[in-house]
Design a binder for this molecule. Structure first.
Ligand code: ZN
Ligand code: ZN
Ligand code: FE
Length: 758
């Protein structure tokens, strides 16, 4: 007895070789009918015996194509149609235009095989790809995902390419970026003033390598934008790149050709190796061993972000030079977004790069390289971008409305929710300049288009001065319903959502800055939270932030403020220093000196007190130096200092006691290294101390960690060890960072819950 089913497959099923896979297994199980793409995913009509149909569906579930990610398979029984063939039909547009789009993926092994095969027609073709690999998110302009809706539309396939594209059984069947050297994009190399140097692949590659090895800086167009490359072993070149980028401190990311080469100067654990080699090819932060590259890569820092080549072009660069190690840093100016258009590269990067290597395919959606680190066998995101975006999150709850979460202003991502699906944008950076603001608006429009998304609800942070809040207000004026979410509640809710938890947790949100419901700047929050609400249980005591949020780069001012908090006007040290006096006056008179309890700021202040930094050039610089210093110190078996606390409605840890304790250690001549370590240990032990009190009182054993301060690996390690030995159930972010890149996810989790309860 023949059965006929309409089978709907949702998830990332387009542009990943799904239809040819279905076609192949339909033949394998003698199924008749058809398959096609539509805007909801893949639609199959399958006719066969019940056993054949069951086997067919099991195979779809169990061995789907490598880049696919199936969200659901549903089937509806139809009347038998007596099909006599199985066909791949043309895609069409149905009412719902929603579809999942795949991320950009590193060149696959099959393609690499052809790439190095001198007899293959794509030998050394720098844009080789197939349905299992290559650019996707970065080249998609609109849906349905089809070649003419991508930046490949200007390239007309030659007949061998076209033949592959139309051949059901070919690895390149309907591979939208399909191309070869005859018909596809090609490389060219220019001097920074626009003079063409080379446009033949082999000459471009050999010239680029030669120039790099003589210390030149080259802007290279990657998948999501331009990278700035230079020889990481050449001190002069590295120094020059720092000078031209006006970037004194922030470490540069690296690229090496092989894991073997990386192992020569960095430690690589099995999990770190797995991440480096994964199809997403992120930057992984590794600890150094016999480090013999230029110190200028990361002055005074002993861990380094590194990645392996992820495009055929980058493979070519390293193929003849397996020993080369390059700096590969985002091609941008200061805190501006990564540059991804050719004309912008010539306009803005020509002051930094000596040469510019481009190709003639447009990048539609920019993305930076993703960054992860591994601590205690657990991977953590610092930046979720290229390779991971726009892979969806499947939520345990559903929404009927389209919700847009605008995120926070630092390390911004925004996010969309519809049904049970959440999609996070790529990392868009700090929304502090007109160009990042423009990019933000542009990307929201882009996501609205490619996800057929029309927001009805908009969610923002509580911070009244955030760009993202003002943006949400604009949408509110246009008739959208607006929901505001407290920053640290969003942090913790993102962990709840990411781990698919239900009910309440103790949340630790240790952060730089977040606007509190009382108008002060929070950032050392012990809260009890679920997705609906939160209660602030404990935090560090407030101190002033002289100069406000705009002055947080002057960490010396924070040190003065901590001392003032402790000793009042008779602050020790530099009583007569006019600058100190000035800051004390500002605090006394409460001029632009908001209150904060942020742990991030305490780290900054203590770092400055130890003389490690005065003014920082990049966020978290002072804290990073404090951590690096602590790694060289120890507690000398002194019992950790438990910060005393007051109990009222909330538990308030006395920041001033901590400052006094640290200041006394300095006065007693203890080494900076040991003091830095003791400080970390004190924060960790005091944290465990408070969480135990909260557990006893509220009977909650689950604890969720979020906030950028947890990117301090020493602190993270000490806190996780402490919580583990106290038998807490610990939850950390899985697919989002500790930092504010998680805020949009938390905002969605909370708003969905609030709307559900309306
Ligand atoms: Zn491939
Ligand atoms: Zn071709
Ligand atoms: Fe935050």
């Amino acid at each position: 007895m023949k059965k006929n089913y309409k089978i709907r497959v949702k998830g990332i099923v387009q542009g990943v070789g799904f239809r040819p896979f279905i076609y192949r297994i339909a033949h394998e199980f003698n199924i008749k009918g058809s398959v096609k793409n539509d805007t909801e995913g893949v639609l199959i009509f399958a006719e066969g015996t019940q056993v054949q149909i069951d086997n067919f569906i099991n195979k779809i579930k169990n061995t789907p194509p490598p880049l696919s990610s199936i969200q659901s398979i549903t089937k509806i029984k139809l009347n038998p149609m007596e099909y006599d063939t199985f066909n791949i039909n043309k895609s069409n547009i149905t009412e719902s235009r929603f579809t999942f789009l795949p991320p950009d993926t590193t060149v696959c092994d099959k393609c690499l095989g052809e790439f190095i095969d001198g007899n293959d027609r794509r030998f050394h073709y720098p844009f080789i790809n197939c349905t299992d690999c290559g650019p996707r998110f970065s080249i998609i302009n609109d849906i349905p995902y089809d070649r003419k809706k991508t930046s490949m539309d200007r390239f007309v396939m030659c007949s061998p390419c076209q033949k592959e594209y139309e051949d059901h059984l070919n690895r390149r069947f309907h591979s939208q970026p399909n191309a070869c050297q005859k018909c596809g994009p090609y490389l060219s190399l220019f001097s920074s003033n626009g003079r063409l140097i080379a446009d033949k692949t082999s000459t471009v590659i050999s010239s680029v390598v030669d120039l790099l090895l003589t210390g030149k800086i080259i802007a290279i167009k990657g998948i999501g934008g331009f990278l700035l490359a230079t020889d990481a072993t050449n001190d002069m070149a590295v120094k020059e790149l720092r000078r031209r980028k006006a970037r004194p401190f922030k470490p540069f990311a690296l690229m090496a050709g092989t894991i073997k080469r990386i192992r020569m100067f960095l430690n690589v654990s099995p999990l770190e190796e797995e991440l480096l080699l994964s199809k997403e090819r992120p930057i992984v932060i590794l600890k150094e061993k016999k480090f013999n590259l230029s110190r200028g890569i990361a002055p005074s820092i002993t861990s380094h972000g590194i990645m392996l080549p992820y495009t055929p072009f980058l493979h070519l660069l390293f193929s003849g030079n397996s020993n080369m190690v390059l700096i590969m840093t985002s091609g941008n100016i200061a805190d501006e977004p990564i540059i991804y258009r050719d004309d912008d590269a010539f306009k803005y990067l020509s002051n930094i790069a000596d040469y510019i290597a481009i190709y003639n395919r447009d990048i539609i959606a920019q993305s930076d390289d993703s960054v992860l680190f591994v601590e205690d066998k657990t991977p953590y995101f610092i930046r979720r971008s290229r390779g991971y975006v726009p892979v969806p999150f499947y939520s345990t709850t559903t929404t009927k409305q389209h919700i847009l979460a605008t995120g926070g202003d630092l390390k911004n991502t925004f996010a969309l929710a519809r049904d049970n699906i959440i999609i996070l944008s790529q990392h868009l950076g700090d929304l502090a300049s007109p160009s990042t603001n423009d990019l933000y608006r542009k990307m929201i429009e882009h996501f609205k288009k490619i996800y057929d998304f029309s927001p009805e609800i908009v969610v923002s942070d509580l911070h009244p001065a955030y760009f993202t809040t003002l943006f949400a207000d604009e949408l509110k004026e246009n008739g959208l319903k607006k929901i505001s979410v407290q920053h640290h509640h969003a942090h913790i809710a993102s962990v709840i959502e990411d781990n698919q938890l239900d009910g309440k947790v103790i949340g630790l949100a240790f952060d730089g800055t977040g606007y509190g419901v009382d108008g002060t700047l929070w950032g050392s929050e012990f809260i009890i939270a679920d997705k609906k609400e939160f209660k602030r249980i404990a935090h560090f005591s407030d101190f002033h932030l002289p100069g406000g949020e705009k002055a947080i780069k002057d960490v010396w001012k924070i040190a003065i403020s901590l001392l003032y908090d402790c000793y009042g006007s008779s602050i020790p040290l530099i009583n007569n220093d006019p600058q100190v006096k000035f800051i004390v006056e500002i605090i006394k008179k409460k001029i632009n000196s908001p209150l904060t309890c942020s742990i991030g700021r305490i780290f900054d202040g203590i770092s400055s007190l130890l003389g490690l930094s005065e003014t920082i050039s990049t966020e978290a610089e002072a804290a990073i130096l404090l951590e690096e210093t602590a790694l060289k110190g120890n507690s000398n078996n002194i019992k950790p200092f438990l910060i005393p606390f007051n109990r009222g409605d909330t538990i308030i840890l006395q920041t001033k006691s901590l400052t006094r304790y640290i200041y006394n250690l300095i006065k007693n001549g203890k080494s900076r290294e040991d003091i830095a370590y003791i400080f970390h240990q004190s924060i960790a032990s005091s944290t465990i101390n408070i969480t135990k009190i909260i557990r006893d009182e509220y009977g909650i054993n689950r604890i969720a960690l979020s906030g950028g301060v947890f990117q301090n690996r020493l602190l993270l390690n000490l806190i996780i060890k402490g919580l583990t030995s106290e038998k807490f159930d610990i939850y950390t972010p899985l697919k989002v960072p500790f930092n504010d890149g998680c805020i949009s996810l938390g905002q969605l989790a909370i708003s969905k819950e609030l709307l559900r309860n309306e």
